[in-house]
Ligand binder design. Structure first.
Ligand SMILES: [Zn+2]
Length: 342
C-alpha cells in the first residue's frame, strides 16, 4: 500500500481512538413500530421486550439507536426503482402481500433503521470484535423485491457498505462471510451474492420450510424436520470448517435466528435453548480463533411463548458479550484492538 493510501486509511477511519468504547454495542430500532392488522403473526413486540431485557440484565452492553440507511447505501444492493417504490408507497398489492406488511411510512422508517443498525454493528464490530443489531436479519429481501417480512436486506447492504468504505480508504475489498442460522433459508442474500466472490453466504435451514423454492448460496445445509441439538451441532461444525477451508473472510455477519427452537410456530426443527447456546458458541469461538469481528443480527423468532424467543435472543447477546469481554481483555488497554481488513 502506498503512502497516500495509508494516509487516506487513517483519515477515513470512522472511529478515532477516543471514540472507542470498551462495552459491546447494540443498536435498537424498536421505537419505530409499524401498524399491523389485529392477529398479524409478526411478533413486533419482541424487539422492545428484548431491548428492555438487555437494558435490565446486561449492563455491559451499550445501547444506541439505529441510524437510518440512506438511499445510496441501499442502492449498493437494491434496484433504484424498488427503493423508490418502497419510499413513496408505490408497492402494489401483490408486492405488499409478498412482504407480508401493509405499506406505511412507519414501515419505510423501520426498514431503513433495521438496515442502518446492521451497518452500525459492522462498524462497531470492526473495532471491538462483536456488536449487535437488536433486529435485522431480513434475509428474504432480494435486490428488486421484498418477501417474508423483509423489505431491505440488511446483511447484504452492510457487507457492501463495509466493502465500499474500505475501497474509499484505499484498502482492498474486504471479503465478508454471512452466516445465516435462521431456520429459513437466506434466499434473498444467496441470490444477491450469487455472482459475487467477495461475499460468502452460508445458510443452515429446514429443507421443507419457507422459502419453498430455495436459491443457491455458497454453502447450503438443508436439515430435515425435527433435527435436534446433536445433529444440528454436527452439521454446523462441518459447515463452518468447510466455509473456512474455502473462504477467508475478514468479517462475519451472523444471523442468529431464534426460530430453530422446538417451540417455534414456524420452525420445524427441534433445538433446545441449550442447543441454541451451543450453536452461538460454535460461531463465536470460530470467530475468536481467527480474530474475526462479528456483527450479529437477531433474525426470526416466532415462539409460542414470546418470552422464550426473547430469552434465546438475549442468550445470544449474553454469549457475544462474554466473547467481546474475552477479546477486549486480551488487548492491551492502551492499544486498539488489532482488527483490520488488510
Ligand atoms: Zn426465520
Amino acid at each position: 500500500m502506498g503512502r497516500k493510501a495509508q494516509t487516506l486509511s487513517v483519515l477515513g477511519s470512522q472511529f478515532q481512538k477516543s471514540e472507542i468504547s470498551f462495552r459491546m454495542k447494540a443498536f435498537y430500532s424498536d421505537r419505530f413500530v409499524l401498524p399491523l392488522p389485529n392477529g398479524h403473526r409478526f411478533p413486533m413486540q419482541k424487539y422492545y421486550l428484548l431491548r428492555e431485557r438487555v437494558q435490565a440484565e446486561l449492563p455491559d452492553v451499550e445501547l444506541g439507536e439505529a441510524p437510518v440507511a440512506t438511499d445510496s447505501e441501499l442502492a449498493r444492493v437494491h434496484a433504484a426503482d424498488y427503493i423508490e417504490r418502497v419510499a413513496t408507497g408505490a408497492l402494489d398489492a401483490r408486492e405488499q402481500r409478498e412482504i407480508g406488511f401493509p405499506w406505511s411510512p412507519e414501515m419505510v422508517e423501520r426498514s431503513r433503521r433495521s438496515v442502518g443498525a446492521t451497518i452500525a454493528a459492522c462498524h462497531a464490530a470492526r473495532h471491538g470484535g462483536f456488536a449487535v443489531n437488536l433486529a435485522g436479519g431480513t434475509h428474504h429481501s432480494h435486490a428488486s423485491h421484498g418477501a417474508g417480512f423483509c423489505v431491505f436486506n440488511d446483511a447484504a447492504v452492510a457487507a457492501r457498505a463495509l466493502q465500499a468504505e474500505a475501497l474509499q480508504r484505499g484498502e482492498q475489498k474486504p471479503p465478508v462471510a454471512i452466516i445465516d442460522l435462521d431456520v429459513h433459508q437466506g434466499n434473498g442474500t444467496a441470490a444477491i451474492f450469487q455472482d459475487d466472490p467477495s461475499v460468502f453466504t452460508l445458510s443452515l435451514h429446514g429443507e421443507s420450510n419457507y422459502p419453498f423454492s430455495k436459491e443457491t448460496g455458497d454453502l447450503d445445509v438443508a436439515l430435515p424436520d425435527g433435527r435436534g441439538d446433536d445433529a444440528y451441532t454436527e452439521a454446523l461444525s462441518g459447515a463452518l470448517s468447510t466455509m473456512f477451508e474455502r473462504f477467508e473472510p475478514v468479517m462475519l455477519i451472523y444471523l442468529a435466528g431464534a426460530d430453530p427452537h422446538i417451540d417455534d410456530r414456524l420452525g420445524r426443527l427441534a433445538l433446545s435453548v441449550e442447543g441454541l447456546a451451543r450453536r452461538d458458541s460454535l460461531v463465536f469461538s470460530a470467530a475468536a480463533g481467527r480474530d474475526l469481528p462479528v456483527a450479529i443480527t437477531m433474525a426470526g423468532g416466532y415462539g409460542r411463548d414470546i418470552n422464550v424467543t426473547v430469552d434465546i435472543h438475549l442468550q445470544t447477546i449474553q454469549l457475544a458479550a462474554v466473547a467481546f469481554g474475552a477479546r477486549r481483555d486480551s488487548c492491551a488497554t492502551d492499544t486498539l484492538p488489532s482488527i483490520n481488513f488488510i
